[in-house]
Each structure stands twice: as structure tokens, then as C-alpha cells.
Design a protein around this ligand. Structure first.
Ligand SMILES: [Zn+2]
Length: 112
């Protein structure tokens, strides 16, 4: 399948072939592929990870290397938490679905 080349707003800094206009898609890609790398790198992080600048607003803010590391650790943690929450939610949905489709044994028992 070949897609037309469109200039999507979110382009992955870490692999050449991922781009999207949806922030949620971009974050999902980041969680699955680059958990410990910045998705919104600033100047310091661009240098630190040897990334190609995309001239995005988040690249403009300049923080120290230490702050960059802290921030990245926080992000990774947050993303792991979100991913866990999502998986839990999936499981809960499945449990509810199982209950929904189970035969109504309780009501049958009432009349036996
Ligand atoms: Zn990527």
C-alpha cells in the first residue's frame, strides 16, 4: 500500500517512516517504540540524542541536561502508567463482556 506523501505534523524523531497528524497516534507510537527517548525534544535533547531538528515549538525551550534527564524519566514513567491503565481497562471490558454474555443461571435457579 503506498500512501501519498503528506506533511504530517508529528514526525518521529527516531525513525524515518513514522508520521501522523494525531498526537494520540504519535504518543502511542512513542510508547511502543521509543519508551525512553524524548518525543518532544528541546534543544538540549536534540543534541544529546543526535536528532534532526524539525523546527517545532517544543524544540525552542532550552533546559539543562539534568532537567532533560529528569523530564524524560517522568515521561517514561507516565507513559508506562498510561499503558498499564489502558491494559487494565481492556481487561475490565472483557470481564464485563463475559458477564453480559453468560447465561442467566441465577434467574433459572429461582424457579427450580
Ligand atoms: Zn519512531
Amino acid at each position: 500500500m503506498s500512501e501519498p506523501i503528506v506533511d504530517s505534523y508529528y514526525k518521529c524523531y527516531h525513525c524515518a517512516h513514522f508520521s501522523t497528524n494525531l498526537e494520540s497516534e504519535y504518543l502511542k507510537h512513542g510508547v511502543q517504540n521509543h519508551l525512553y527517548k524524548p518525543l518532544f525534544p528541546n534543544e538540549t535533547e536534540l543534541k544529546r540524542y543526535n536528532l534532526r531538528p524539525q523546527n517545532k515549538p517544543w524544540e525552542k525551550c532550552s533546559i539543562t541536561e539534568e532537567e532533560a534527564i529528569d523530564r524524560l524519566a517522568g515521561w517514561a514513567e507516565k507513559r508506562i502508567r498510561e499503558e498499564k491503565k489502558r491494559k487494565q481497562q481492556d481487561q475490565e471490558d472483557k470481564i464485563i463482556a463475559t458477564f453480559d454474555s453468560a447465561p442467566e443461571i441465577t434467574s433459572i435457579n429461582k424457579y427450580v
